[in-house]
Ligand binder design. Structure first.
Ligand code: NAP
Length: 248
């Protein structure tokens, strides 16, 4: 079945890998980016080369009007929305909580928590059968940091992802009767640019080596779980959190 999906933060990393894999399934993919237009164009071209349709929208996942505009653009381009990946997320520079300033904590919460809640809200407004939608699947991107707490590096980030997992549980029960399955994927250390943005580019290889599988994961390996949760093959999965952590 052809699907229309929306991914926040789809220009690079896990979001881009998800967009490419969804393109391979022939789906229509609307994704947002915040500033890297070159990466957005490359991902859109890759989705289309794989067989899907793509629309890249510059949209800040922490700004309500941008989020609404992203969903409006997707609906205008491809019709009713069938799936949403709540993926955009950031880390701050690794630090202990005592050394974090207000602006850093606020930005983490604005994007990773408040923005993600607004994306989830918009997903429900568009997909709920009781609101004229045709049902669908919402996949929230959490983190193994929820289980570990990320001491000395990103406790703000880890706690924000904890909120996303509780949202996943509560919202899955709230909107299941409206035809929406809500789930989460919990990646471990994955080879993307996010680690360099936190000032720790070698982190995936260092931590990956200590995992049971002995290596970091790839964005493509996470995308497999996300696309499975978006599609009909996971039709009886709701409220689940799928670990893609190499056993960590
Ligand atoms: P990444 O490689 O740093 O890519 C981030 C993506 O999000 C880019 O497409 C970026 O757009 C976009 N973005 C950033 N801030 C945004 C905003 N305010 N509004 C819209 N888009 C925004 O990140 P990633 O590693 O793929 O992470 C994706 C998700 O997985 C995040 O939620 C992260 O917390 C989670 N995760 C990652 C790992 C890991 O090890 N990589 C582990 C656990 C969980 P531009 O290209 O325009 O900058």
């Amino acid at each position: 079945m052809t699907r229309s999906i929306v991914i926040t933060g789809g220009s690079r990393g896990i979001g881009a890998a998800t967009a490419r894999l969804a393109g391979k399934e022939g789906w229509s993919v609307t994704f947002s980016y915040i500033g890297n237009e070159k990466a957005a164009k490359e991902t859109a071209a890759a989705v289309e080369a794989a067989g899907g349709k793509a629309l890249a929208v510059k949209s800040d996942a922490s700004v309500e009007k941008d989020i609404i505009a992203l969903f409006d653009a997707a609906t205008k381009a491809f019709g009713p929305i069938d799936g949403v990946v709540n993926n955009a997320g950031i880390v701050g520079v690794t630090a202990k909580l005592a050394d974090m300033d207000y602006e850093r904590i606020k930005r983490i919460v604005d994007i990773n928590v408040t923005g993600a809640f607004l994306v989830a809200r918009e997903a429900v407004r568009r997909m709920a059968k009781g609101r004229g939608g045709r049902g669908g699947s919402l996949v929230n991107i959490s983190s193994a940091a929820v289980k570990l707490g990320a001491p000395n590096t990103y406790v703000d980030y880890a706690a924000g992802k904890g909120a996303i997992e509780t949202l996943t549980l509560g919202l899955s029960r709230e909107v299941g009767p409206d035809g929406i399955r809500v789930s989460a994927v919990r990646p471990g250390v994955i080879l993307t640019d996010i680690h360099a943005s936190g000032g720790a580019p070698d982190r995936p290889h260092q931590i990956g080596a200590t995992t049971p599988l002995g290596r970091p994961g790839t964005a493509e390996e996470v995308a497999e779980a996300v696309v499975w949760l978006l599609g009909d093959k996971s039709s009886y999965v709701a409220g689940a959190v799928v670990d893609v952590t190499g056993g960590r």
